[in-house]
Design a protein around this ligand. Structure first.
Ligand SMILES: *Cc1c(COP(=O)(O)O)cnc(C)c1O
Length: 238
């Protein structure tokens, strides 16, 4: 299947999920996760209109980043918007900040401090999603839900880090409906913190939903979905 065909199919599913839940299509943004595909496929995805690209390791992303965004003469509208969605090691912050617009995996203060330091050198503010481990799976990164409010309070000393929402990953379920509790819990966590904490007001967004479960995530309020396999495919390592 061509990328254009995949986009059309996914688009129909997104629209249907929006309709079922009374949401507007414009409130859901798509990140094309290119970690499983080659540079050529990534270029094709971008040319086909997928403007937001997600990667989860700098080592794997850099060839693509330099090919698509490395030319300083390139006008803004001809560049992808990069999202860093994987766990971010502190020693990679210097490579990632300034290149990736959004960070989806803020999960500790030491990382916030490192991002703040690099961002203030560059004179930028970095929009970040705070990753929350809602499902409690040991293999998943992220704060425990009850750690969110104290974390937000402490984050206020790093003004170059701008928390814009929450991110989570649901466990893989063969029956996607079973992920609903996870996505609903993330939304309720955001709503609660927004209502209560002076630091929670900016938490507008929910980054949740992947190939297997994005329709449920949309129904539960996702504003950013991260799609790899279903949208750009998965290629074998060459
Ligand atoms: C790989 C990855 C995705 C995309 O996964 P698919 O199931 O292929 O859609 C989304 N989010 C994160 C954090 C990922 O690591």
């Amino acid at each position: 299947m061509s990328i254009e065909e995949r986009i059309r199919e996914v688009e129909q599913k997104i629209s249907a999920a929006c309709e079922r839940s009374g949401r507007s299509r414009e409130d859901v943004q798509v990140i094309a996760v290119t970690k499983y595909v080659s540079l050529d496929t990534t270029k094709e995805a971008f040319r086909s209109g997928l403007a937001h690209l997600g990667e989860n390791r700098w080592q794997d992303a850099q060839e693509k980043w330099f090919a698509l965004s490395g030319d300083p003469e390139l006008p803004e509208e001809n560049r992808p918007v990069w999202h860093f969605i994987g766990s971010l090691q502190t020693n990679k912050v210097k490579d990632v900040i300034g290149r990736f617009t959004y960070i989806h995996s803020l999960d500790r203060l030491s990382l916030a401090e490192a991002i703040h330091k690099k961002a203030s050198q560059l004179g930028i503010v970095v929009p970040c999603f705070i990753q929350v481990n809602v499902s409690g799976e040991e293999s998943k990164h992220g704060l425990r839900p009850e750690e969110l409010e104290p974390f937000l309070e402490k984050l206020s000393v790093y003004p170059s880090v701008s928390p814009i929402g929450l991110m989570t990953m649901a466990p893989y379920e063969s029956e996607p409906e079973e992920t609903r509790v996870v996505f609903r819990a993330l939304r309720e966590l955001r709503d609660g913190v927004r209502g209560r904490s002076p630091y929670g007001e900016r938490l507008e967004h929910l980054s949740m939903g992947m190939s297997n479960d994005f329709e449920v995530a949309i129904e539960e309020g996702a504003t950013w979905i991260r799609l790899g396999t279903i949208l750009v495919g998965k290629e074998e390592e060459s």
